[in-house]
Write a protein that binds this ligand. Structure first.
Ligand SMILES: C[S@@+](CC[C@H](N)C(=O)[O-])C[C@H]1O[C@@H](n2cnc3c(N)ncnc32)[C@H](O)[C@@H]1O
Length: 294
C-alpha cells in the first residue's frame, strides 16, 4: 500500500501542490492539485474544502497519480480533464481545439453590451444574426447563444475536428447553432451571407513568438494560434472581407494581442469602418477592437 492511500484530502492536496510547485513552470499548483483530485475522486472542489479530513480509499484514488503525472509532464489541465469552463459553460476541449481563455470573455461581454444598446434600434423580428469566425470549441458562439436565445448564430472553422467538438458542446448545452466548415468567409453564400454582428478570436500570435515553446500552447494546434510574421495576417484578411458579409450598420468585433491595438484599429480604418472602439480585458490590457459598417 502506498502512502497516498492512507492520506486525507488535505494532505493529498498539500503533497500534490508541492510536487507541482517544485516542477517550477506550473503557474497555479494549488488550483491544479484541487482540479486533478476532484476529477479523480469525481467530486466538486467544494467537497474537498468541506471534507479535508476524509481519507479516500485506494480504489477511489487510483486515477490520481496518473493524472498528476500528466500535469508534471506539462500536459494542460484542460486536456487532462477534457474540459474547460468558459462563461459558466463546461466545454469539451481536445488537442484539436484552442483551450478557451478567460480573456476571450471580454469579447463576449463587449458583444452583449453592444447588442443591448443596438436592441433599442433593431427591434425584432427579424432577430439579429451573428457569425463567429474560427469557433474552435464553440466557446464564443455558445456563450452568446446562451445569453441571447433569439440570436441566430452561425459559427465557422476551417478545422472539421474542431467543429465536431463545437457541435458536441452545443448539443450538450442544447444550444442551436449552425456550424459550417469554412476558410473564413468561403462557405458563406446566400442565404447565409450577411450578419448583423461578426465576432472573431482569430489566430494572432507572431510565428516566431518564443512563448510558443512554453506551457500549455505547446499542446494546442498551431493553426489556432499563429498568423504570419506579425500575427496579423488573419486579422487583415477578416477586416478586408467583413463589410461584404455585414448588414448595413452591422458590427465587426475582433479579439487581438495587447500590443496589436493600434495596428488593428488602422485595419478597421483602412477598410472603412466607423465608430471604432477599443475594449480592455480584466487585466487592463487592450483586447477587443470593434467598428461599424458605414
Ligand atoms: C484563437 S482560435 C479561437 C477559438 C475559439 N473561438 C476561442 O475563442 O476559444 C482560432 C480559431 O480559428 C480557426 N481558424 C484558423 N484559420 C482559419 C481559417 N482560415 N478559416 C476558418 N477558421 C480558421 C482555428 O482552427 C481556431 O479554431
Amino acid at each position: 500500500m502506498s502512502d497516498s492511500e492512507q492520506q486525507d484530502i488535505q494532505t493529498l492536496l498539500s503533497v500534490a501542490s508541492q510536487q507541482l510547485m517544485q516542477h517550477g513552470l506550473i503557474d497555479s499548483p494549488q488550483l491544479d492539485a484541487e482540479l486533478l483530485l476532484s476529477h479523480a475522486l469525481n467530486v466538486s472542489r467544494t467537497y474537498l474544502f468541506t471534507w479535508p479530513e476524509k481519507v479516500p480509499s485506494a480504489e477511489q484514488l487510483k486515477n490520481f497519480p496518473p493524472l498528476l503525472e500528466q500535469r508534471l509532464q506539462g500536459y494542460p489541465i484542460a486536456h487532462i480533464l477534457g474540459e474547460r469552463e468558459f462563461w459558466g459553460l463546461s466545454l469539451k476541449v481536445t488537442q484539436d481545439t484552442l483551450i478557451p481563455r478567460p480573456d476571450t470573455e471580454t469579447l463576449v461581454e463587449t458583444t452583449l453590451n453592444l447588442m443591448a444598446k443596438e436592441a433599442k434600434k433593431i427591434l425584432p423580428p427579424p432577430y439579429p444574426t451573428l457569425l463567429d469566425l474560427g469557433t474552435g470549441s464553440g466557446a464564443i458562439a455558445l456563450a452568446l447563444k446562451s445569453e441571447q436565445p433569439q440570436l441566430a448564430v452561425t459559427a465557422v472553422d476551417q478545422s472539421t475536428k474542431a467543429l465536431k467538438i463545437a457541435q458536441h458542446n452545443a448539443d450538450s448545452h442544447q444550444l442551436n447553432i449552425q456550424f459550417l466548415q469554412s476558410n473564413w468567409f468561403s462557405a458563406l453564400t446566400s442565404p447565409h451571407a450577411t450578419f448583423d454582428y461578426i465576432v472573431s478570436n482569430p489566430p494572432y500570435i507572431e510565428e516566431k513568438d518564443p512563448h510558443l515553446t512554453q506551457g500549455d500552447v505547446r499542446f494546442e494546434p498551431l493553426s489556432a494560434l499563429t498568423s504570419g510574421e506579425d500575427g496579423l495576417d488573419d486579422i487583415r484578411y477578416i477586416t478586408q472581407q467583413a463589410a461584404a458579409h455585414l448588414t448595413p450598420k452591422g458590427w465587426l468585433l475582433i479579439e487581438h494581442g495587447y500590443h496589436q491595438a493600434d495596428s488593428v484599429a488602422n485595419q478597421f480604418q483602412i477598410n472603412g469602418f466607423a465608430s471604432i472602439q477599443l475594449q480592455h480585458d480584466l487585466a487592463g490590457n487592450p483586447r477587443v477592437t470593434l467598428g461599424q459598417k458605414r
